[in-house]
Ligand binder design. Structure first.
Ligand SMILES: CC(C)(COP(=O)(O)OP(=O)(O)OC[C@H]1O[C@@H](n2cnc3c(N)ncnc32)[C@H](O)[C@@H]1OP(=O)(O)O)[C@@H](O)C(=O)NCCC(=O)NCCS
Length: 195
């Protein structure tokens, strides 16, 4: 059964360039902004995120991405609001793996919003949410050519290793219960919480 909307994960932040951003768990009503977000990603960003030549999310994918149970799955979106209109500028999500102690994650930031700290903020908050949920490990697959993401993974202290037999993919892992890494926290990631 779906858990109630996890309002405790909502954050209001100011990026280092002064832009105000809201981070919040995704809702079914975010279907349209999620669709537009993916549609507008560059071909390269789509390829790095979905590892395929996907053009846009179909109805089934949109349902799967926006109608989550906040238990086995979590998705945090970053939105900016202009003239009362919300635009999604990034999303990070995890899905709990079968054993129940680890999760697989993915992240994407709109091309025009990259290099402003949004990816770090999303991932730091997703890591904190996964840790609070009792998960022990966060894992992901990153294309070996995706230097930006691999740089970000190192900065967030993920371990990076090659996938046996597949030189185009790197496996990234973070132990969420590692001593001395209690919380990466948004204060480490160029944003100030204003609320
Ligand atoms: C990868 C991605 C999520 C990063 O998002 P972003 O908002 O640009 O990330 P940030 O601005 O938080 O920057 C990341 C930080 O990580 C570190 N970093 C990023 N690239 C780095 C690199 N090549 N080397 C070392 N450190 C790097 C830096 O600390 C950087 O901060 P900076 O702006 O001072 O350089 C974004 O480029 C993206 O959406 N790419 C397409 C989709 C994708 O690749 N998803 C990952 C597959 S799951």
């Amino acid at each position: 059964m779906a858990k109630p909307y996890p309002a405790e994960l909502v954050r209001r932040l100011t990026l280092r360039d002064g832009t105000r951003v809201v981070l919040r768990p995704i809702r079914p009503e975010d279907r349209q902004i999620e669709k537009e977000f993916v549609q507008k990603l560059s071909d390269e960003s789509k390829y790095f995120r979905f590892m395929s030549a996907l053009r846009e999310l179909n109805d089934a994918m949109l349902s799967r991405f926006t109608q989550i149970d906040y238990d086995r799955e979590m998705a945090l979106i970053a939105v900016v609001c202009e003239n009362a209109l919300e635009t999604e500028i990034g999303v990070a999500r995890y899905v709990v793996s079968d054993g129940g102690t680890s999760c697989e994650f993915a992240v994407a930031v709109a091309d025009a919003w990259q290099h402003r700290g949004v990816g770090s903020i999303l991932l730091c908050n997703l890591i904190d949410a996964a840790r609070a949920h009792g998960l022990q490990t966060m894992e992901g697959m990153v294309m070996a050519a995706n230097n930006k993401m691999l740089g970000l993974m190192s900065a967030l202290r993920f371990s990076i290793r090659s996938e046996p037999g597949n030189s185009s993919i790197k496996l990234v892992t973070k132990q969420l219960d590692a001593p001395g890494d209690a919380s990466v926290g948004v204060s480490d990631s160029s944003a100030a919480d204003v609320n």
